[in-house]
Design a protein around this ligand. Structure first.
Ligand SMILES: [Zn+2]
Length: 205
């Protein structure tokens, strides 16, 4: 989850002529409230019964407060098949006629691109966007999902005239994106590398 400098709670607490970047104290306080709310939702079984969780908070990731959380579900709540993945995680932009609010959130916060210096390595996107079209969600032998990202032929224009389709969507939880209004990437993981990722991204800089 990444801080949104345009959260209403941030903007309404700025003084005249201030922008959010002038008030890291306000941003940090609002971010912490949203982060605590997210943790509460998870504890209240948003993704099923929780056996354990761990999180790290960074306050310098590209200048914005940033939070990683790894949740280990109880055995009866483990996500082990593509249908269950689809109940919690989406990787499509959505039809605005179906859910306009969520579609706007996804367009604002859950799309990758255009690629820039921060994600490019040797001229290529290190996050591997755009992904390949995928007719349905599948899971490989280790339980790692390839998310449903259909080729509908529909293109969506982001601010700055950058055109995207479903391949640019970053996996998200419709519930969390709706209530938090910020970048919240949610993925099903099955490897111990996820633990390494959240610790190394925080402490190995
Ligand atoms: Zn990129």
């Amino acid at each position: 989850m990444t801080c949104n400098l345009k959260w209403t709670d941030v903007v309404k607490n700025l003084l005249l002529c201030q922008i959010a970047a002038n008030r890291p104290d306000v941003c940090k306080r609002v971010f912490n409230l949203k982060k605590d709310y997210l943790v509460d939702l998870v504890r209240q079984k948003l993704f099923g019964e929780v056996m354990a969780y761990v999180y790290t908070v960074e306050f310098q990731k590209r200048g914005l407060p940033h939070f990683h959380m790894l949740v280990t579900p109880k055995q009866n709540s483990k996500i082990t098949n593509p249908n269950t993945v689809g109940q919690f995680v989406s990787a499509e932009i959505l039809d605005p006629n179906v859910n306009k609010k969520l579609q706007e959130m996804v367009m604002k916060h859950m799309n990758h691109g255009p690629c820039a210096d921060w994600c490019k390595v040797k001229g290529k996107c290190s996050k591997r966007f755009p992904k390949s079209f995928q007719q349905e969600t599948t899971m490989d032998k280790s339980g790692y999902p390839q998310y449903h990202q259909r080729d509908t032929g529909i293109l969506y224009e982001k601010k700055g005239s950058f055109v995207v389709d479903y391949r640019n969507a970053v996996p998200y939880s419709p519930t969390l994106s709706t209530v938090l209004n910020c970048h919240v990437n949610v993925e099903v993981v099955s490897s111990i590398n996820a633990v390494m990722y959240i610790y190394t991204s925080t402490f190995m800089k």
